[in-house]
Design a protein around this ligand. Structure first.
Ligand code: SF4
Length: 361
């Protein structure tokens, strides 16, 4: 390992220039970064991967993010919303298979019928078992009263990706209007923290217009915001979106994949005890992409437990894996896959981020 890298890796907290340096590593130096992140993960959060059974509740969305396949402007997508029975069956599947936690994810809607329905579902899921699952929500920006109602109904984690911590880049990825306000995204993240949620955010990696400085600032944003969880993944273009016309600017998919691994490792070094997800988008590029993310410092995986017939319609990006498989197929192969990384699966526990408890103290 070269001396400069060795010196940076020995530090507890790299500065902006050092982060940029880490994000550009290749070859043996890149391997040394992954190794250091794996050591830190083992020391601070253990060699355990937590499962979050992912329920993609609905692809109906009121927003029009430029990169997203289920944006409301994409008329080519068949829209769906799971029935209560489908949601409860999926939650039961997670409970019966000892997943410990579930994630409910959907396009963003803030009308009362939708927000009340989520409250009702949360209450029902929590009463399914004497040992109910931990629940993460990923349902976009909401009012304080809605965030509070969902927390009181049983959700205790919330993932709201900032997508880019640069206001300028954010608005190259989203329309610049009230519905897609960068300031409101930050305000919502603050509200979540204030209300006591375990708060997660994340970014897309390798988008058009993005450079290493942006990505370093994204990681610094996460550190300064004191997040508890991170879900970040490579940008994968979707043909039916406005951002697709900039595809000529993109680095090759495999480079976006490697850069995502370096983002994960660098964040693990910067924020030692948070939870970091191995995003499904990693697997869309590399068949063992999530396992590589786990070995580079991630400790959460989100097996898709959405009923198989709906999965094909929840496509934020193209080539999404496992869209035709039933949950049980994913479950059995995951056991083998996680075993290959050297991690254990944290069956039957919520797997909360340790960072949350030290932050709250
Ligand atoms: S990224 Fe989220 S909020 Fe934006 S269009 Fe897609 S589902 Fe809707």
């Amino acid at each position: 390992m070269n001396k400069k890298l060795q010196k940076i890796l020995e530090k507890a907290d790299p500065n902006r220039d050092e982060i940029i340096y880490l994000l550009g590593l290749q070859g043996e130096d890149e391997k040394a970064l992954f190794k250091k992140a794996a050591e830190i993960k083992a020391q601070y959060v253990g060699k355990v991967t937590w499962f979050r059974g992912l329920i993609e509740y609905s692809n109906i969305c009121s927003k029009n993010c430029y990169y997203c396949g289920i944006r409301c402007g994409n008329k080519a997508t068949d829209r769906y919303q799971l029935s209560d029975e489908d949601v409860l069956d999926a939650a039961k599947y997670a409970i019966d298979n000892n997943y410990g936690s579930i994630v409910i994810q959907a396009g963003e809607r803030s009308n009362k019928a939708f927000t009340d329905k989520i409250t009702e579902l949360l209450t029902k899921i929590k009463s399914l078992s004497d040992t109910p699952p931990g629940i993460t929500l990923s349902l976009g920006e909401q009012s304080e009263s809605v965030f509070r109602a969902w927390k009181e109904a049983g959700a205790h984690r919330y993932l709201l990706r900032i997508e880019s911590a640069s206001r300028d880049l954010y608005h190259k990825l989203h329309p610049e209007n009230e519905l897609h306000s960068f300031e409101n995204r930050i305000k919502s993240l603050r509200l979540l923290q204030k209300l006591g949620y375990q708060t997660g955010t994340g970014v897309m990696i390798g988008t058009p217009f993005q450079n290493m400085e942006h990505l370093a600032d994204d990681l610094i944003f996460m550190r300064d915001f004191d997040i508890d969880m991170c879900g970040m993944g490579p940008y994968i273009e979707h043909e039916q979106t406005p951002l697709y016309k900039h595809k000529d600017q993109l680095m090759p998919l495999n480079d976006r994949f490697r850069l995502t691994l370096r983002m994960i490792s660098t964040l693990r070094i910067m924020m030692k005890d948070i939870n970091i997800a191995a995003a499904t988008a990693m697997q869309a590029i590399d068949p063992i992409g999530r396992e590589k993310a786990i070995m580079a410092g991630a400790n959460v995986i989100m097996p898709n437990i959405t009923p198989g017939c709906f999965r094909n319609n929840y496509k934020l990006y193209e080539n999404k894996p496992c869209t035709d498989e039933e949950a049980s197929d994913c479950s059995s192969c995951l056991e083998v896959r996680i075993g290959m990384t050297g991690d254990k699966i944290g069956y039957g526990q919520w797997g909360d981020p340790k960072h949350y408890f030290s932050r709250e103290r």
